[in-house]
Write a protein that binds this ligand. Structure first.
Ligand SMILES: [Zn+2]
Length: 67
């Protein structure tokens, strides 16, 4: 049986592709960023740093992108 390595949710940081709920612009955010994330286009607040993982605003759609 082949062994597969599944990255642990807490061990590795990742990138999140998010869509701004206000203007629809797409951004890539670092999952463990320590600064507030805002939309480049309209300046809407997208995510808040929590000291660990970013807390996305609940309206923000995100897709996890591992690198
Ligand atoms: Zn926006």
């Amino acid at each position: 049986m082949p062994e597969t390595t599944i990255p642990s949710e807490t061990a590795r940081s990742s990138f999140l592709r998010v869509t701004c709920p206000d203007c629809g612009a797409k951004r890539i955010l670092f999952s463990h960023a320590d600064t507030r994330a805002t939309c480049d286009v309209c300046g809407a607040h997208l995510a808040t740093p929590t000291g660990g993982r970013l807390a996305l605003r609940k309206e923000v759609e995100s897709v996890e992108v591992l690198h």
